[in-house]
Write a protein that binds this ligand. Structure first.
Ligand SMILES: Cc1cc2nc3c(=O)[nH]c(=O)nc-3n(C[C@H](O)[C@H](O)[C@H](O)COP(=O)(O)OP(=O)(O)OC[C@H]3O[C@@H](n4cnc5c(N)ncnc54)[C@H](O)[C@@H]3O)c2cc1C
Length: 640
């Protein structure tokens, strides 16, 4: 390591992150054998007792080796060297492609519909189950820390359906009990939300009280602005004086910026202009307010405020709508039905796995699950009616014989560089829409086109474990919005103690920092931004991300005594090139929203013995949607 800055940042330090080159683990042959990528034991396979993917650090989410097969299918090169599949001789009542919450819920519903003896195989290309609902575990000293690598919480802008609510209840999660698990010790000592302005974009590195923290779920009362936040912001924020005053006006005054319009006309107008335009053209905000707020929307929408509709901003609770008569209903719903487990909704996935393969998940409650250690070696056991086969990418799904009369579907999948087949009476594709046309070539052309047209929103959820959070304490910070940061949002993980798990309670305790980033490029359509962001994610090395993390934290927290070379224990970057399901936007998809049948509805049609689940099928990036779509797909196969 020759770069002195790299030394200061601690790029040479041994921390819990594996060493990566261009996003791929350096372990010999690792890219060919993702199923061998086990922390501390590179020879463990997913049948071995040492196999425990939640403890892996480094590049997670869509980890190296998970997507090569799917990409070679997309590129038309897979079958050139695939060889002849080996028939496993296995037959099932149902084969599910995709081990995310939708696939796991589909297996659950299927058993309820046809009985617990139904034989089910779930194929998942990643080394862990849960899909976006991903658990990250860390060791810091003698303590295990748990973080969420994807899905953060039970929440939704829409009320949960009776079906999805029913599943949550059946799994034993008592959603209204959440406040009793939320520990406020760390927050009672004056930690408040902050904004970090950087020198390159705002002329000075400055950490200022955030006077209008982003509202969200139950965290809102913890994340309330500090008592002198407006004074601090108005006096110190490194933006034009007029911009500071404008922003205060925007957040506080009850003004109707479209007084001449009736409520429905107002709604219509706001659904067709961007929030950025609303701010400048209707609310008369100084251009610096746009620089301040450009990336506020990225974690939720995957794009900046120039690409989201003003109506969506109003619904989300962004400032400017107090006098517009538009209630943020979504926010109210989220607050009413909210639960955050330390690993996010990975707990929902784990509870589903406990129902499907009880021997793989010890315990019997939705609180003891938090520290339960999954036994991955039991997931794919011939004696169990349900088998979950990880590291297995489905590459071809086709009826045996004509679709109208076929009695079985053959599913071919690639695992450890070899090709296998299994048969199922029914199949549910609970994988991403964009993948389906490549693995199910017999689908009608119109349906394939609709599947192809789906988009996914790329995201990065990074967890950084620190020896302690004393720098946050010294700076009085609990969360930091960085308008032009590499990661735009940095939060001390929501403190939740549940079951045997204890979150940090003093600043001296080790802590998980959650950092999020949505790669995108302002100025393009939302879909184009998503595509470019996805490419960026696939080509950015872990080393680059680590350097950015260290640099950002060093500059943000340095005045609080933070030393990146000394204080960082572990880094896990959960990369999600195919993140949120794309939700149709009134700004970009007016035609689709007005159409009698939306692409997601055409795309999800049942085809013979094949049904389609996944949150893409509802174009809604929430856990409840993944469950609702699983229920619909199972109903299509079992009710005829
Ligand atoms: C970073 C992030 C944060 C989120 N936060 C929240 C939140 O706080 N609350 C909320 O309600 N929702 C949240 N969501 C959305 C929510 O996670 C999803 O809607 C839901 O988990 C999707 O579940 P799914 O099973 O439909 O899809 P996925 O979780 O994507 O699962 C599908 C699985 O299929 C696999 N697959 C694809 N192709 C194949 C193949 N050929 N063979 C085998 N397997 C295949 C995929 O790799 C994936 O693991 C978040 C999403 C992301 C990305």
């Amino acid at each position: 390591m020759h770069d002195p800055r790299d030394r200061q940042l601690g790029m040479h330090r041994k921390i819990t992150r594996r060493d990566f080159m261009n996003g791929v683990a350096i372990t010999a042959g690792a890219a060919m054998m993702p199923w061998r990528l086990i922390a501390g034991d590179s020879s463990a396979t997913d049948k071995s007792p040492n196999y425990y993917p939640p403890a892996l650090t480094g590049m997670r989410g869509s980890h190296p080796g998970a997507f090569d097969v799917a990409h070679s299918l997309r590129d038309g090169t897979f079958w050139d060297s695939a060889g002849k599949p080996e028939d496993t001789g296995e037959t099932y009542d149902l084969i599910v492609v995709g081990g995310g919450i939708s696939g796991l819920a589909a297996a659950h519903f299927y058993r309820k519909a046809v009985g617990e003896k139904a034989r089910i195989l779930i194929l998942e290309n990643h080394d862990d189950f849960g899909g976006h609902a991903k658990r990250n575990e860390f060791r810091a000293g003698n303590k295990t820390l748990i973080g969420y690598g994807g899905t953060y919480s039970i929440e939704s802008p829409e009320p949960y359906s009776a079906i999805s609510k029913g599943v949550i209840e059946e799994l034993g999660v008592d959603v209204p009990s959440f406040p009793k698990y939320l520990k406020r010790d760390l927050y009672s000592a004056g930690r408040v939300p902050k904004i970090f302005f950087d020198k390159e974009n705002f002329g000075a590195d400055k950490l200022i009280d955030d006077p209008y923290p982003f509202p969200g779920g139950e965290t809102f009362d913890l994340a309330a602005a500090g008592p002198n936040a407006w004074d601090h912001f108005l006096a110190e924020a490194p933006i034009a004086e007029q911009a500071r005053k404008d922003f205060a006006r925007l957040c506080q005054e009850k003004k109707d910026y479209l007084p001449e319009l009736k409520p429905d006309e107002k709604e219509e107008r706001l659904s067709r202009i961007s929030y950025a335009k609303f701010l400048t053209e209707l609310a008369g905000q100084h251009p610096d307010v746009l620089r301040l707020y450009q990336t506020i929307s990225q974690p939720l929408f995957g794009v900046g405020i120039e690409a989201i509709a003003a109506a969506d901003a109003a619904e989300t609770g962004y400032p400017g709508f107090l006098g517009m008569g538009m209630q943020p209903e979504g926010l109210e719903n989220e607050r009413k039905f909210f639960f955050h487990f330390p690993d996010g909704n990975a707990t929902i996935a784990r509870l589903l796995v406990r129902k499907l393969v009880p021997s793989a998940m010890p315990g019997n409650s939705a609180t003891d699950i938090v520290t339960a250690k999954a036994d991955y070696s039991k997931l794919d056991n011939a004696s169990s009616p349900v088998r979950i086969r990880l590291n297995s990418t489905a590459v071809r799904v086709r009826h045996i014989g004509d679709v109208t009369t076929a009695k079985e579907v053959e599913v071919s999948y690639s695992r450890g560089g070899k090709l296998y087949t299994a048969r199922g009476k029914n199949t549910i594709l609970a994988c991403w829409h964009v993948v389906i046309p490549y693995i199910c070539e017999d689908l009608p052309v119109k349906q394939r086109e609709a599947l192809h047209s789906a988009q996914k929103i790329p995201l990065v959820y990074t967890n950084v474990v620190l020896h302690n959070s004393t720098s946050f304490q010294k700076l009085g910070a609990n969360s930091i919005y960085a308008p032009s940061g590499y990661h735009t949002h940095v939060d001390v993980d929501l403190p939740v103690s549940i079951g045997d798990y204890r979150c940090p309670s003093t600043p001296e305790d080790p802590v998980v920092l959650h950092m999020s980033k949505a790669p995108c490029q302002a100025g393009l359509s939302a879909r184009e931004q998503n595509t470019i962001g996805r490419m960026e994610l696939y080509t950015t090395t872990f080393e680059t991300i680590e350097r950015n993390i260290r640099e950002q934290l060093s500059r943000t927290l340095g005045s609080g005594g933070f030393d990146p070379a000394r204080d960082i224990v572990a880094i896990t970057v959960n990369r999600w090139p195919h993140g949120y399901a794309y939700e149709y936007s009134s700004l970009w998809d007016q035609e689709i929203l007005a159409s009698a049948e939306k692409p997601c509805e055409i795309a999800r049609k049942r085809f013979g013995r094949i049904a389609i689940a996944n949150s893409d099928a509802g174009a809604h990036a929430y856990t409840d949607e993944a469950i609702n779509q699983a229920w619909r797909a199972v109903g299509e196969l079992t009710k005829s």
